[in-house]
Design a protein around this ligand. Structure first.
Ligand code: NAD
Length: 434
């Protein structure tokens, strides 16, 4: 029987992808498109049914790319974990959220490791892709898998390889984004590198899973810190009567030593708001306080509150009270042109505005309904009449489909948290950072 290395090379290896979400589904389609047989496993029956119908529910995966691999029987989905015993490789792409007290919630990773340990068999390679703190693969996944009686490096192989998807990006995908791999032992690293080389242009091996885990968290913390820095600068520019947008534009002309980040209403998604806490929490176990990282998270978390204060001020300046004001929020996703509202600061802003008595509605072409702690809401129809009837139009996500000229022409007051109206000069525009 050929070994795993030969099976990966001739693409006869069967790849199991556990968790068919924003990370798992694109990966499953990438392997299937490269000719591998892929078994997707998800606990959500609706996801499994959609995949098996060839219908994508993830914006970055078109049904046109999913459907052919399903029809050719290269990709199949199931809720049956026991079928993982029949695959050659298992990539774990389950969520790693925070608890309500902002501690790492590894319950999905632990649960899935326990499931895999029931069906683990000699010769399999397991790769954790979920974002997490350094040490998770070795301290959490490894002992659970070895509770099966099999030994890593001898019977099975284990590595960490962080996902680097850029949701909504037409520019970057797995083919042109280098992949990092770090195995528990040299053979695990080698097999993981060989595996991802089949779908990624560049695969970079590192010395151990901890380096790979830290690399991923560092990349996201880097963004969090820089976003916090520019958010702080935006607030200072407001105080000084300067435009942070103009400052960023001018600074961006420097051809070295500077990288532009833009301010906004806060940070969202499954990475930037969460990962700093994964690292900070782990650091505390070592009596180390990541003050810089936690300060950045704190500054970013304060942005929705700051936006609400600025909206209140802008309304007051026009003789209006926030209590009773009619406000429509444009865009509730955490970034433009995606359908993801997880941790979106727009939801926090809506909640805060409603708590202060504002009559809030929202429009988002990607999100028909939202749930905020003050109740469920449905996206309203966006037209000139609606824009003209509002006391304030708050831009929280600058989706490409929004015609800012039209918004500015119709609205009485616009509060722009994204710099989406930059270049337009009208008295009815108030911008974050100015
Ligand atoms: N979304 C991103 O942009 C992004 C980027 C890089 C890394 N990540 C990381 O990747 C991981 C997954 O994130 P995501 O955005 O894909 O999450 P997601 O919520 O979109 O998808 C996770 C999927 O896993 C399924 N699931 C949960 N437990 C399961 C189990 N025991 N067995 C099978 N399926 C299970 C869920 O039903 C869901 O479909 C997280 O650790 C995240 O931090 C996400």
């Amino acid at each position: 029987m050929p070994g795993l290395e030969a099976k990966i090379k001739d693409r006869s290896a069967v790849i199991g992808i556990v968790g068919l979400g924003y990370v798992g589904l694109p990966l499953a389609v990438a392997f299937a498109t490269a000719g591998f047989k892929v078994l997707g496993v998800d606990i959500r029956q609706s996801n499994v049914n959609s995949v098996n119908r060839g219908e994508s529910y993830i914006a970055d995966v078109s049904s046109d790319s999913l459907s052919p691999v399903v029809t050719r029987k290269l990709l199949e989905a199931t809720t049956d974990q026991s079928r993982l015993g029949s695959v050659d490789v298992i990539c774990i792409c389950v969520p790693t959220p925070l608890t309500s007290t902002k501690d790492p919630d590894l319950s999905y990773v632990i649960h899935e490791s326990e499931e895999i340990s029931k069906y683990l068999r000699p010769g399999q390679l397991v790769v954790l892709e979920s974002t997490t703190y350094p040490g998770t693969t070795r301290q959490v996944v490894l002992p659970t898998l070895e509770s099966s009686g099999l030994r890593c490096g001898a019977d099975f192989y284990l590595a960490y390889s962080p996902e680097r998807v850029d949701p909504g990006s037409k520019e970057h995908d797995i083919r042109n984004t280098p992949k990092i791999v770090g195995g528990i032992d040299p053979q695990s690293t080698h097999l993981a590198q060989l595996l991802y080389s089949q779908v990624a242009g560049t695969v970079l091996p590192v010395s151990c899973p901890e380096v790979a885990e830290m690399t991923k968290v560092f990349e996201n913390v880097f963004r969090s810190v820089n976003i916090a820095l520019v958010n702080e600068l935006a607030r200072l520019c407001e105080r000084m009567g300067l435009s942070v947008w103009e400052v960023i534009e001018a600074a961006s002309t420097k051809p070295f030593g500077y990288m532009p980040f833009v301010p906004g209403p806060g940070v969202g998604g499954h990475c930037i708001p969460l990962d700093p806490y994964y690292l900070a929490n782990k650091a505390r176990e070592l009596d180390f306080h990541t003050r810089f990282i936690e300060l950045a998270a704190e500054i970013n978390e304060q942005m929705p509150y700051h936006v609400v204060t600025r909206v209140l001020d802008a309304l007051s300046a026009r003789g209006k009270s926030l209590n009773g004001a009619r406000i429509v929020v444009l865009g509730v996703t955490y970034k433009k042109d995606v359908a993801d509202t997880r941790e979106s600061p727009a939801l926090k802003i809506i909640q805060l505005l409603r708590e202060k008595g504002a009559e809030v509605s929202y429009h988002d072409p990607y999100v028909p309904q939202i749930h905020v702690s003050t109740g469920d809401m449905e996206s309203v129809q966006l037209d000139g009449e609606l824009l003209g009837s509002m006391d304030c139009v708050l831009i929280a996500a600058d989706h490409s489909s929004y015609d800012m000229n039209e918004v500015v022409a119709r609205a009485k007051l616009i509060f722009d948290t994204k710099g989406a109206t930059r270049g337009l000069k009208r008295a009815n525009i108030v911008r974050l950072g100015e």
